[in-house]
Design a binder for this molecule. Structure first.
Ligand code: 8YV
Length: 325
C-alpha cells in the first residue's frame, strides 16, 4: 500500500519527524515561520492529511482548495483557529491533542504563579543588570504563596490539574466554571464554587483556564481587574483573547494589581507594546506544552490520528464525530 501523503505546516520535534518520514509520504514547510492560510492551502494540494499547529488558521478556503483531504489533525488541544463547522460540513474529520498537554500546561501556570508571586523574573533581570550591590531588606517583596487563595476561572482538564498543585501549597481553592460540579465532587476535590465576582475579589492568584470561543472573548477585562485585590496576581496560560490586554496593561501600569504571569497574548507573537517594559509581569513565549515529553506525546497523537484518518478509520481524538453519522 502506498504511504499516506501528509503535509506538515511546520517542523516538529525530531522523534516525531522520524516517524512521519517512515510512515508517510511527507511534505513540510522547512521555513522557520508559520504559514499563511493561502500557503497551507497550496501545501495541502494532493495530500491526504494535514498536520497543523494550534496557531494555524484553518478556514474553509483550505478545504475548498483540497476537496480530497481525508483528515486534519491539530498539534494542540485548543482549536479556536480551526473552522470546525466548515470541516464538518465538508465531511472532514478533525482531531486535537487532549490530555497529553494537561500537566505541562498546569506546570507552566504554576511556574508563572511562582515567578509572579515571588518576583523571580524581576529578580533575574535585577541581578543580570548588576543592580544587586547590597542586601536591602525591602528588595523585591512578594506574596506568600503557601496558604494563599487560588481562584481558578474554568475547570476543564488543565484547571482541574491545578488543584493538586495548589493543595501541595496549602492553598484555599475557589473556582468558577460554566457548569458547576456536584457537591460531592467539590468536597472530594476540596474546592469551593463561587461567582466570578467573588473569585476575582477574594483570590490572591487568579488563573484562567477557559477555552477560547465566542463566549469567552474578553471574558476578563476592566471590570474583573477592578475587583482584584491590589496584592493579587493574574495568570493566563489558555488563550490571549480571553483577556482584554489593554485593560490588563492599564491595571499593571497603575499597580492596581500586584502583577501577572502570561504565556499567551491577544495578538501573539506581538504584544501590547507597553507590556515589554513593565516590571511586574513575567512574560513567556507560549511554551505551556513545550517539554520534550509532552511535545513528543502530542506529535505521536497527531500522527496516530492522521494515519487512522488516511486509512478511513475513525480518529481516536475526533473533534467532530458528526462526520461519521
Ligand atoms: C500549542 C497550545 O499547540 O495545546 C494548545 O492548545 O496552545 C499549545 O500546546 C503548541 O505551542 C504548538 O503550537
Amino acid at each position: 500500500m502506498p504511504k499516506p501523503k501528509i503535509f506538515l505546516t511546520r517542523e516538529i520535534i525530531p522523534g516525531c519527524m522520524e516517524r512521519l518520514r517512515e510512515e508517510s509520504d511527507l511534505e513540510y514547510n522547512r521555513e522557520d515561520r508559520n504559514l499563511t492560510e493561502q500557503e497551507i492551502a497550496a501545501g495541502a494540494v494532493g495530500r491526504d492529511g494535514l498536520f497543523v499547529l494550534a496557531g494555524d488558521r484553518i478556514g474553509a478556503s483550505i478545504m475548498d482548495a483540497n476537496p480530497d483531504l481525508k483528515v486534519i489533525s491539530i498539534f494542540g488541544v485548543g482549536y479556536d483557529k480551526m473552522d470546525l463547522a466548515a470541516a464538518t460540513e465538508r465531511g472532514i474529520p478533525v482531531s486535537n491533542t487532549p490530555d497529553v498537554v494537561t500537566d505541562a500546561t498546569a506546570d507552566m501556570a504554576w511556574a508563572l504563579l511562582m515567578s509572579a508571586g515571588r518576583r523571580l523574573a524581576e529578580g533575574d533581570r535585577y541581578v543580570r543588570a548588576r543592580k544587586w550591590v547590597t542586601n536591602s531588606q525591602k528588595l523585591l517583596l512578594g506574596m506568600d504563596i503557601f496558604g494563599s487563595t487560588l481562584g481558578l476561572l474554568g475547570l476543564g482538564r488543565i484547571g482541574k490539574a491545578m488543584i493538586p498543585r495548589a493543595k501541595g501549597f496549602g492553598m484555599t481553592v475557589l473556582y468558577w466554571n460554566r457548569t458547576r460540579l456536584s457537591e460531592s465532587e467539590e468536597s472530594d476535590l476540596g474546592i469551593e464554587y463561587v461567582e466570578k465576582e467573588r473569585l476575582f475579589s477574594e483570590s490572591d492568584f487568579v488563573s484562567t483556564h477557559v477555552a477560547l470561543n465566542a463566549e469567552t472573548v474578553h471574558l476578563i477585562g476592566e471590570a474583573e481587574f477592578a475587583l482584584m485585590k491590589p496584592s493579587a496576581y493574574f495568570i493566563n496560560t489558555t488563550r490571549g483573547p480571553v483577556v482584554d490586554e489593554n485593560a490588563l496593561v492599564a491595571v499593571l501600569k497603575e499597580k492596581r494589581i500586584a502583577g501577572a504571569g502570561l504565556d499567551v497574548f491577544e495578538n501573539e507573537p506581538t504584544l501590547e507594546p507597553e507590556l515589554y517594559d513593565l516590571e511586574n509581569v513575567t512574560l513567556a513565549p507560549h511554551i505551556g506544552s513545550a517539554t520534550v515529553g509532552t511535545r513528543t506525546r502530542m506529535g505521536m497523537m497527531v500522527i496516530d490520528n492522521l494515519l487512522a484518518g488516511c486509512r478511513g478509520e475513525r480518529l481516536p481524538n475526533i473533534l467532530n464525530p458528526e462526520v461519521y453519522q
